[in-house]
Design a protein around this ligand. Structure first.
Ligand code: URA
Length: 272
């Protein structure tokens, strides 16, 4: 039987947590259902009969709408190549309002590590810890990424790290294809400006977006791909995302193989 009593605050919070809600987007709650009702004003009040339309029809005040997603993708594609430095690119992202994720994120998570590094790692999108501090990969999966780097003699002074999406999706939901397309020109320009010899995509969403692959990570990991930065062709590899390895440690062995391959390629590139 369904209980008649209203849920206690504790029960409500437990329900939210289970539904994946782990952050507040505003100070006050917002009743989205009443907003929808307000939009459905009965037709006669909204559409004046044609005979009574005044000569100078008063302009209807428009709310501040974000650009339509396709227009935003177009504007991202035009904007990103204009950045001549990483600082300029960060500035462009700070001003870019095309992606709704910016409104719910705490901070822009642009990049970390050495911008002169010869190797760059690209993740998917920031999580809660990254959002709070504005630095990629500093939460649990970041700690594992640091261990993965250390295993092949790297750390953040010798590698550069960024994400396809620089703003945290609310509740860590998957970014939508539109959001990914919107952010893609910026991460591509970031790769071009860092100009590494090797780019490593962490996980399926990153490898599919950056390397334009259709297959999943099981098929694509550990293989070399050519990546055209716009100014030259470099080598790229996909491997497992550290967050996935935390859930599926069995794949650490394959990741180790990928890391060894990457280490050898980096060493060979140093000699030439
Ligand atoms: N996962 C990512 O893909 N990026 C981060 O920065 C953190 C977790």
């Amino acid at each position: 039987m369904i209980s008649e009593r209203p849920p206690t605050p504790h029960e409500l919070l437990a329900f939210y947590l289970e539904a994946g809600v782990d952050c507040a987007l505003a100070e006050e709650p917002s009743d989205r259902l009443s907003e929808v009702e307000a939009e459905f004003v009965p037709a006669p009040q909204r559409i004046a009969p044609l005979t009574t339309v005044p000569a100078a029809f008063p302009a209807t005040p428009q709310p501040d709408l974000a650009p339509a997603p396709d227009a935003a993708i177009e504007s991202a594609r035009e904007l990103a190549p204009k950045a001549k430095t990483l600082d300029e690119l960060r500035g462009l992202l700070e001003q870019f309002d095309g992606c709704a994720l910016k409104a719910t994120a705490t901070k822009l998570v642009f990049g970390d590590g050495n911008p002169q590094a010869r190797i760059m790692f690209v993740g998917e999108a920031p999580g809660r810890d990254e959002d709070l501090q504005g630095i990629p990969f500093i939460g649990r999966s970041g700690k594992l990424l640091d261990l993965m780097l250390a295993a092949i003699g790297l750390d953040r002074t010798k590698a550069y790290i960024a994400n396809v999406i620089p703003w945290r999706p609310p509740g860590n939901r998957d970014p939508s294809p539109h959001e990914t397309q919107m952010c893609l020109p910026f991460i591509k320009r970031q790769i071009e400006l860092v100009d590494p010899d090797i780019v490593v995509c962490l996980g399926k969403p990153s490898s599919q977006a950056v390397l334009d692959l259709k297959d999943g990570i099981m098929r694509t990991r550990g293989r070399w791909f050519d990546y055209d930065t716009g100014s030259r062709t470099i080598r790229a590899m996909a491997t497992f995302h550290p967050a996935y390895l935390l859930r599926q440690p069995i794949y650490k062995r394959m990741t180790w193989q990928d890391l060894r391959t990457i280490q050898a390629a980096l060493a060979a590139a140093t000699k030439t």
